[in-house]
Design a protein around this ligand. Structure first.
Ligand code: NDP
Length: 335
């Protein structure tokens, strides 16, 4: 079998030499274990974000879709399609209800949700971890009401593109920020965003003021940093903010970032509710999100897009491409 091992501490954007591809022999299966052959492997921002929590060297974790090749768990017969958290490896052994000891991330395995004929790759995307992050992160925390104005950053990515579409389903006005004109075009023309803004070229403050003259009620934050301060400054009283991610600082040394007092006054004076979440905590509710999202896709209310890279050897390139914004929709690797 082959797997990617992280052998060096990332300094800024991860380098190819920070990873090694290791060939190794898999041991025979023990009771309760299954052997999985990977078919789709996910590349996600959290692989960068959580990096410093891990002791080197470590196997690169991430969510993958695979097929059971051998089984010593009767619940998972040979041929079963599964989602596991085994990461960047072509073959792996897994077991239900394992936990990665170092940070409590479930090293979990579950049967692929009922996708009603949709592509199985969606089980690492819109009908997977990013999908439920959008679903629960937005609905449980922002609690959007019809007619409200919702802003989402990272809007053309896996999570953001779904958040915007859910907000439209809930009857909101939706404004998205993304990093290219092509993305902006896709959000407005295909996904029905009321307005999309290229944060790399536009004046963010003025652009938002023009798009949301009555202020912002809900903000789904995927990126953090300065843009989020600007957006939160335009929020209405009693607005709600979901802190889903802060990709703009994942390549930075957090200890060296300026410790400003920019956010606290606006949270106080506008009485904002600001809440972060880590989606694994809601793992027991994922199926609830999956069935609703599949229904929305099937009835045409949610559109999905994937940025597919082919080949196990191209996982690193797919990962860096995603961090650099090359993806529209979910970045995924076909093995
Ligand atoms: P995306 O599919 O959105 O891919 C990442 C995108 O981030 C890129 O395409 C790029 O798009 C954008 N980006 C990169 N650098 C910057 C920057 N400096 N400023 C602004 N945007 C940037 O990834 P996901 O949808 O999987 O994840 C989105 C966010 O949600 C991430 O922050 C991630 O960590 C978080 N997340 C959190 C979860 C949780 O449990 N809290 C679960 C899942 C995801 P662009 O061209 O627009 O710059």
């Amino acid at each position: 079998a082959r797997k990617y091992v992280v052998v060096k501490r990332f300094d800024g954007l991860p380098k190819r030499s920070d990873f090694e591809i290791v060939e190794y022999e898999l041991p025979p299966l023990k009771d309760g274990e299954i052997l999985i052959k990977a078919e789709w492997i996910s590349v996600d921002p959290y692989l960068r974000a959580f990096h410093s929590a891990f002791t080197l060297p470590y196997d690169q974790f991430s969510v993958q879709v695979g097929v059971v090749q051998e089984s010593r768990d009767p619940k998972y017969p040979i041929g079963t399609k599964v989602v596991s958290h085994k990461g960047w490896c072509d073959y792996t052994i897994a077991k239900e209800n394992e936990i990665i000891p170092s940070n409590n991330i479930p090293d979990t395995v579950y049967k692929i949700p009922d996708l009603k004929g949709l592509s199985e790759s969606l089980a690492v995307g819109t009908v997977g971890m990013p999908g439920v992050s959008a679903y629960f992160g937005f609905l449980d925390i922002c609690k959007p009401k019809p007619g409200e104005t919702v802003v989402v950053t990272g809007a053309a990515g896996a999570v953001g593109s779904l958040v915007g579409q859910i907000a439209k389903i809930k009857g909101c006005k939706v404004i998205g920020f993304a990093g290219s004109d092509e993305k902006v075009n896709w959000l407005e023309k295909e996904l029905g965003f009321d307005k999309a803004i290229n944060y790399k070229t536009a004046n963010i403050e003025k652009g938002l003021k023009a798009a949301a003259p009555n202020g912002v009620d809900c903000y789904f934050d995927n990126v953090g940093g300065e843009i989020s301060t600007i957006i939160m400054n335009q929020m209405n009283e009693l607005g709600r903010v979901t802190i889903c991610g802060c990709i703009s600082v994942y390549n930075e040394d957090l200890d060296k970032l300026p410790k400003g007092a920019m956010l606290q006054p606006m949270i106080l004076f506008k009485e904002l509710k600001v809440e972060g979440f880590i989606i694994w905590r809601k793992f027991n509710r994922w199926n609830e999100g999956f069935s609703q999202i599949v229904e929305w896709i099937k009835n045409g209310q949610v559109k999905t897009k994937e940025h597919i890279t082919e080949g196990f050897d191209n996982l690193y390139d797919a990962f860096i491409g995603m961090l650099n914004g090359q993806n529209m929709g979910k970045a995924v690797v076909k093995i």
